[in-house]
Design a protein around this ligand. Structure first.
Ligand code: ACO
Length: 322
């Protein structure tokens, strides 16, 4: 059996840091409210002119270096993003060009905060089937560009960033399983208008701002992530105690704590980056993974549960032996 194994990780955060204190002077909010309700203290924001592809390229080069691979070794590129540089070409194609590799499949996956888990699950299938041997899988978003900075219910939540992994074919696990889901009926709870014009003369439909009924999303996220944890363990006939690390999407510390409780996992086995990074959408899971690999917490052989929930609704998880 062929598995997809993570052979390298990388990430990148823009230089500019926006603190809760700074937000206090622009919207009706407080550092205390943001920290207590979300766990966020600060987030990174892209510079003018900096794009999702710029962040993805930095994260990709760092992941390739850690895997001791060159761009020409890569035979598949998938970028999970909701903030592509352009409607087309795909950010993955722009990234491919920057990396100087040509011919291999390169495409974006749009699953909002679950984008990286979707990209990972798809790349896993390419590798299992023998269609690819070395995949570059990225989660990258500049969600700060999709915010109404006068709307305190959303603008305090998000940050920008990118994370990447190199996946390689291996006889040993690797990814044990990946689980992808969506339920399009929930669009009214979380969406961004805008996009391709629907009629002649129309520039775009609506304002391209994130609109979220946060409290309703919160409750569904907690329930749904609780269910997917059971699904993953059952599929692999594993117990909660078999897991070494939880690497959750970083939308809200209270959602993360609820999933950790469901797994009976102490918080020191959960990788938390939300305090410094906010919700970086598709980038949050690979960013958290890279942080914990580089600081030495995650070691080769550790069993990791990666999970995310986001707009769509989409949700997913992967059980990985690092
Ligand atoms: N500062 C101060 N007060 C605020 C702020 C703010 N930034 N934002 C909202 N409030 C107020 C509200 O107006 C409300 O006031 P009211 O009681 O007078 O009406 C009060 O705080 C409580 O608001 P709630 O929305 O009920 O607060 P809640 O505890 O639910 O926290 C939050 C809101 C942080 C958004 C939470 O609901 C959440 O994290 N939701 C899930 C987010 C998520 O997982 N999204 C999916 C991924 S994101 C993606 O895919 C793009």
């Amino acid at each position: 059996m062929t598995y997809a194994r993570i052979s390298g990780t990388g990430s990148y955060l823009p230089e500019r840091i926006l603190t809760n204190k700074e937000l206090e002077s622009t919207v009706d909010t407080t550092d205390q409210w943001i920290r207590e309700r979300t766990g966020i203290r600060q987030r990174h924001i892209v510079a003018d002119g900096e794009s999702t592809c710029d962040l993805a390229e930095r994260a990709s080069r760092s992941a390739l270096e850690s895997a001791q691979k060159h761009p020409e070794d890569v035979d598949l590129i998938i970028v999970g993003t909701t903030t592509p540089d352009k409607i087309y070409p795909a950010t993955a194609c722009r990234l491919q060009s920057r990396l100087g590799v040509f011919g291999c499949p390169a495409f974006d996956v749009q699953a909002v905060c679950t984008g990286f888990i979707y990209a990972l699950g798809i790349a896993e299938k390419f590798i299992q089937s023998g269609s690819a041997k070395t995949a570059l899988v990225i989660g990258a978003d500049t969600h700060s560009r999709l915010l109404d900075w006068t709307d305190r219910t959303t603008c305090v939540l998000f940050g920008d960033g990118a994370g990447a992994v190199v996946l390689e074919a291996s006889d040993e696990p690797g990814i044990y399983s990946s689980h992808l889901h969506a339920d399009g009926r929930y669009e009214p709870l979380l969406y961004v208008d805008g996009g391709v014009p629907r009629g002649k003369g129309e520039i775009s439909e609506g304002n391209a701002y994130t609109k979220m009924r946060g409290n309703e999303v919160f409750k569904i996220a907690v329930r749904t992530l609780g269910r997917i944890v059971d699904e993953v363990l059952e599929a692999n006939r594993m117990e909660k105690s078999d897991l070494d690390w939880l690497i959750p999407h970083q939308a809200n510390i209270r959602i993360i704590e609820a999933t950790a409780r469901k797994l009976s996992m102490p918080m020191d086995r959960v990788v938390v980056t939300i305090e410094d990074q906010g919700n970086t959408s598709a980038a949050s899971v690979p960013l958290a993974l890279d942080v914990a690999v580089r600081d030495g917490r995650i070691k080769r052989g550790d069993k990791l549960l990666l999970e995310a929930f986001g707009g769509g609704f989409t949700w997913g998880a992967a059980l990985v032996r690092y």
